[in-house]
Design a protein around this ligand. Sequence first.
Ligand SMILES: [Ca+2]
Length: 201
Amino acid sequence: MRQSPLLLLLCACTLAHPALAQSPAPTPATPVNLFPEGSFETLTPEGNPVSWEIPHPSYQKQLGASFRVQVEPNGNRFVTLENVDSAKALHIAAIVPLPEGATRVRVRFKIRARGLFASPQPEWSSAQLGGNWIDASGADLGYLRGTQQRIKTDVPDWMEFEEVLTPPAGAARIRLQPGLYQTTGALDLDDIKVFAEVGAK
Ligand SMILES: [Ca+2]
């Protein structure tokens, strides 16, 4: 069977330039959010946000606390944590892998809070994003210092925060852990985004 001249030409080009077929994707001009699940728009069949660890219902019941997904009139989803015991913490958690060689990480998040009362002690009692650096083996490398805004008073309207963090040596992922720490009241969360820069010090 005879092959068409066009097909032969295409085969010849691929053989002559194998790298053309394997070229890496060009570097995007704008930073890419590494954590789209921070929008809380995608839910599991059980109705929980995808990629998030949610406090077990029995733990919520034990605390008298609650976690729920809410929907604004425009269809946007966000989550609400409500804590009634200032001796306890209520938080959700998610793991975000970092690219190899990340030298700077920016974390953005939007919150709203009402009825906050932070326990006088310990001093870190507050509503906060919180989290930890984790290495490739799963070992804890310490707090994400900078994301602990320690919000102790109400935030009536949505407010966006951004923190620029320097990963410790060996950091391969971050564990985000927003919540109410030894603080009562209600905390709304949405649009948690993570951006990483590679190479630049
Ligand atoms: Ca959302």
